[in-house]
Design a protein around this ligand. Structure first.
Ligand code: ADP
Ligand code: MG
Length: 240
């Protein structure tokens, strides 16, 4: 049996009148590469930020490697590598300073920093301040930060956002190779990305899960329809 690494029970988040995540229950297991797929505003980032412990739920519970993060918030952070939406914090540090600082905070050795730098392919910008980098490079620095230590859960919020087509390809092949001992959860509004990289798709619309399974399983319910057609029917968006 694959290990259950993340378990979500009846999770809800409202921002006043907007309910961004509505009573979602899901399990994520070792070996899965999951796409949280859905149009803008579907609730993907809100869900990830709660799992990462950045946002507290309005209701419901999250278990990371068997333990509730409500009772032990640090536990989640010790087990999840996370690339949040947008640019890394500490924009006035250089890339090298930023990564060394993050490594120090987490007790990760310098070799690991070098490995992450290589993996993210950011050698040429190490001495540049994070705030001066293009969006694509900022995403890659964020990615390097998320893989500094080899944690069992890797969560990437729109990992290819801002990357050019070549960099997108590179990032997708990296994710696909990241290892079978983990669960990798990525969010994307790009169908092709979910299709290419992931072995499970969780399709979200307006804070709810409207389909969950392998691509094959999801499509089998809609004989003769393409993924685009099914995605449009379920999530009301062509996904670009
Ligand atoms: P996604 O990542 O799928 O695009 P989000 O989780 O960012 O979706 O947003 C889900 C919904 O919650 C949207 O309607 C968005 O406008 C709303 N939302 C997100 N963050 C906030 C916030 N800090 N305050 C108020 N509403 C928010
Ligand atoms: Mg988002």
């Amino acid at each position: 049996m694959p290990k259950e690494l993340v378990k979500i029970e009846n999770l809800t988040k409202d921002y006043g009148r907007i309910v961004a995540v509505k009573n979602i229950s899901l399990d994520f297991n070792e070996g899965e590469i999951v796409a949280l797929l859905g149009p803008n505003g579907a609730g993907k980032s809100t869900l990830m930020n709660m799992i990462a412990g950045y946002l507290s739920p309005s209701n419901g519970e999250i278990f990371v490697c068997g333990k509730s993060i409500k009772s032990d918030p640090l536990w989640g952070k010790e087990h999840i590598g996370f690339l949040p939406e947008g640019a890394p914090l500490y924009a006035d540090l250089t890339v090298k300073q930023f990564l060394n600082y993050m490594a120090e905070l987490r007790g990760v050795s310098r070799d690991k920093v070098n490995q992450a730098i290589k993996l993210a392919n950011i050698e040429e910008v190490l001495d540049q301040k994070v705030e001066t980098l293009s969006k694509g490079y900022q995403r890659r620095v964020g990615f390097a930060q998320s893989v500094l230590d080899d944690l069992p859960i890797l969560m990437l919020d729109e990992p290819t956002d801002g990357l050019d087509p070549n960099q997108k390809k590179h990032m997708r092949s990296l994710i696909a190779k990241m290892g079978k001992k983990k669960v990798i959860i990525i969010s994307t509004h790009l169908l092709e990305e979910a299709e290419e990289v992931c072995n499970r798709i969780v399709l979200m619309k307006q804070g709810e899960v409207v389909a969950d399974g392998t691509l094959k399983k999801i499509l089998s319910k809609y004989k003769g329809k393409t993924l685009e057609e099914v995605f449009f029917k379920l999530a009301g968006d062509k996904g670009e």
